[in-house]
Write a protein of this length. Structure first.
Length: 256
C-alpha cells in the first residue's frame, strides 16, 4: 500500500474506512487487513503487548513478515487498528427521551467495559485524536448524548475527553492492581488500614488517622474486590457528571 492517501491518513487506516477497497477482479488474496489485525489482537490478549511484533504476527498467520507490509506500512498503524478493533462496536445512539446524563453514564460504562475486556490497549500510548472508524463512531455517540445541552462544540469535545480520561485511568488502575496481585506483589485492602496504623503518627497525619479510625481503609474480609472497584468508579463518575451538570446549568442560565 502507498503510505498516505488523499485523506492524509496512512493507507491502512483508509482501508479500515473502506476508502481503499481491493480490486473487484482477480484471486482473493491469502491475507487481509482484518486477518492481520485479528492475529495481532490475539497475540496481545494471550501474551501482552510485549509479544506483539510483525514477525510474531506473520508466524501466527503462516506468512512472511514482509508480506504484512503490503497491508500495513508500520507497526504504529497496526497498533492504531488494534485499538480500533478493541472498541467495536460503539454503544447505541441515545434512546428517545434519554437525558444527557443517562446517555453519558451509559457511554462511560461501555467504554470502561471495553478497556476491561482488552487491558492490553492500556499499554499502547495515545498519540493523537481518533482517526480509525470504530473510535470515531464512539466519539460520535458520546457527542450525540450532549445534543441540546447548550454547551459549545468545543466544550462537548472537552467533556468526552474528560470522560475517556477518567475511564482509562480507572481501567489502568484496575489492570495494574490485578497484575500486582497475580504476581503476589499487591497489598490487600483488607489489611491496608492496619498496616498504615502501625506506621503513621496521628499528629503528623491527622487526616489520614481519621480515615483509619473510621475503618474506611480496610475492606471487610472476603469482600469481592471487583465490587470495590465498581463502587469507586460509580462514585467518581457521578462526581464527574455533577461537574458537567453544573457547566450545563451555567450555560442554560447565562451565568459564568
Amino acid at each position: 500500500m502507498d503510505d498516505h492517501g488523499g485523506t492524509g491518513l496512512p493507507a491502512s487506516i483508509e482501508a479500515a474506512w473502506g476508502v481503499r477497497g481491493r480490486p473487484a477482479r482477480g484471486p482473493r488474496p491469502a491475507l487481509s487487513l482484518d486477518r492481520i489485525v485479528a492475529a495481532a489482537v490475539k497475540v496481545a490478549a494471550a501474551d501482552g503487548m510485549g509479544a506483539v511484533s510483525m514477525s510474531r504476527i506473520a508466524a501466527e498467520l503462516g506468512v512472511s513478515t514482509m508480506s504484512l507490509y503490503r497491508y500495513v506500512a508500520a507497526k504504529d498503524e497496526l497498533l492504531a487498528l488494534m485499538v480500533d478493533a478493541a472498541f467495536d462496536p460503539p454503544p447505541p445512539r441515545p434512546a428517545p427521551g434519554e437525558g444527557w446524563r443517562e446517555g453519558l453514564e451509559r457511554w462511560a460504562r461501555a467504554e470502561l467495559a471495553a478497556y476491561r475486556r482488552n487491558p492490553w490497549v492500556l499499554r499502547i500510548p495515545v498519540k493523537g485524536p481518533p482517526t480509525a472508524p470504530n473510535q470515531v463512531a464512539w466519539l460520535e455517540r458520546g457527542l450525540a448524548c450532549l445534543a441540546g445541552t447548550g454547551l459549545r462544540e468545543d466544550e462537548k469535545l472537552s467533556v468526552i475527553l474528560l470522560l475517556t480520561g477518567f475511564d482509562r485511568n480507572q481501567a489502568a488502575l484496575e489492570a495494574d492492581i490485578a497484575a500486582a496481585m497475580a504476581a503476589g506483589e499487591g497489598q490487600p485492602m483488607t489489611s491496608y488500614g492496619r498496616t498504615l496504623a502501625r506506621l503513621i503518627d496521628p499528629e503528623r497525619f491527622p487526616a489520614l488517622h481519621a480515615a483509619i479510625a473510621a475503618g474506611v481503609l480496610d475492606a471487610p474480609e472476603g469482600e469481592v474486590e471487583e465490587d470495590d472497584m465498581d463502587s469507586e468508579f460509580s462514585f467518581g463518575l457521578e462526581r464527574v457528571l455533577d461537574g458537567i451538570e453544573a457547566l450545563i446549568e451555567k450555560r442554560r442560565t447565562g451565568r459564568g
